[in-house]
Design a protein around this ligand. Structure first.
Ligand code: NAI
Ligand code: MG
Length: 366
């Protein structure tokens, strides 16, 4: 059956447009009688502030809700960073979009092979035998917890409310379980908390346990204290292979720590989701926004030296988590691996290749 996928393209600022151009090039290489892509490009971040006075417009938010997936590159730069803050600043555009889409789960995959074992071998601070075979995805709850709770901020006292409702925990648990179940071979869900000291963690553990045992009895569930998980990630990361489920705070820390396994954030993609295709518990269509873990790197913008790999790998994640195109996701990841292993790399990875050259080579490898 022929499918048309509607993709919203948000290049943003700095190196955003350059890396996005390469991602689109790669996406187009996957057009076939079965799959066509309808692209709509819009402004977000600093460029949107310049054009409309707003970091993101209502029209663009609606376009995101109408699309099958959103590809986002990066926003921000010195021109806007000091003048505007919060929701009015460039990154406010992304925050508003995340809220409009209610994309409550942030996924960061990490493997010794992401994007290629030769990159991990050269850049990881870990010995090869420690990281060999590492393969997990951190699922971070991204709409609740301490980052969104009530705040008190006086001269001598400050407080952040770190709360979760049963429903908030349930939905991110279900999504984690779905990912674990769909993975080949099936993954366990490893849920992080501090149930020994935090009330919110005790609820977290109870709800995760109940949701998993009643709705996903065939998926293995492990509860792990978040601090010890951090130690394990640095000593025996292979034993965390699976879906690492965590609340907003622990997930933020663990997903950055996961970046140390590969050793460079510049090649890592991420996904933000509110569900997976075929999820019957959803009241809306599943939304997905895909973005590299790096920022807009304004100092290297416009020089054709930005590394497009993280952005291109976002296309693979989009295939996997929004478009039901797992085979294409794997083919793309293999092509990226092949190109990086061949030594064709941008300067941040010690190479001499340009942004466009890397994009072209990945298309050729496909
Ligand atoms: P950054 O990730 O943009 O840059 C950090 C370092 O990595 C710089 O040396 C940069 O040149 C390099 N780098 C980043 N991406 C690269 C790529 N694809 N290829 C080669 N080198 C790359 O983070 P930084 O410097 O903290 O922030 C710069 C701007 O980006 C700021 O305005 C910040 O607000 C914004 N930013 C935006 C984010 C987003 O759009 N989600 C996330 C983080 C920062
Ligand atoms: Mg972080």
């Amino acid at each position: 059956m022929a499918q048309t996928h509607n993709i919203l393209i948000l290049p943003g600022d700095g190196i955003g447009p350059e890396v996005m151009t390469e991602a689109i090039k790669v996406l187009k290489a996957f057009e076939s009688p079965q799959h066509t892509f309808q692209l709509r490009q819009e402004l977000i971040g600093g460029c949107s502030i310049d054009a409309t006075g707003k970091s993101v417009t209502e029209e663009v938010k609606q376009a995101a809700l109408d699309s099958d997936a959103v590809l986002f590159a990066a926003v921000g730069g010195p021109k806007w960073d000091n003048a505007r803050r919060g929701l009015d600043g460039p990154e406010g555009g992304l925050l508003q979009l995340r809220k409009a889409m209610d994309i409550y789960a942030n996924l960061r995959p990490c493997s010794a092979d992401s994007p290629s074992s030769s990159i991990a071998k050269e850049f990881s601070p870990f010995r090869h035998e420690v990281i060999e075979g590492v393969d997990f995805v951190v699922v971070r709850e991204n709409c609740g917890g301490a980052y969104f709770g009530k705040k008190i901020e006086d001269e001598t006292y400050a407080m952040d409310e770190w709360g979760y409702s049963e429903a908030e925990i349930q939905r991110v648990t279900r999504l984690s379980a779905e990912i674990a179940q769909r993975h080949n071979p099936p993954w366990p869900v490893i849920s992080l908390d501090k149930a020994n000291v935090l009330a919110s963690s005790r609820l977290w553990r109870r709800v995760v346990e109940k949701t998993m045992t009643t709705e996903y009895p065939d998926v293995k569930i492990v509860h792990q204290l978040a601090d010890s998980a951090s130690l394990i990630m640095a000593t025996n990361p292979r034993s965390l292979n699976g879906v690492i489920l965590a609340d907003n705070t622990f997930g933020d820390m663990l997903s950055d720590q996961a970046g140390s396994i590969v050793g460079t954030l510049g090649v890592l993609p991420s996904a933000s989701l509110n569900g997976l295709p075929g999820d019957k518990t959803l009241e809306t269509r599943p939304y997905g926004l895909y973005e590299p873990t790096h920022g807009s790197a304004p100092t290297i913008a416009g020089q054709n030296i930005a590394n497009p790999v993280a952005m291109i790998l976002c296309v693979a994640l989009m295939f996997r988590y929004s478009l039901n195109m797992e085979d294409q996701a794997r083919r793309l990841e293999d092509a990226v691996r092949k190109v990086l292993d061949s030594g064709l790399r941008t300067p941040d990875l010690g190479g001499k290749a340009g942004t466009k050259e890397v994009g072209d080579a990945i298309v050729a490898a496909l």
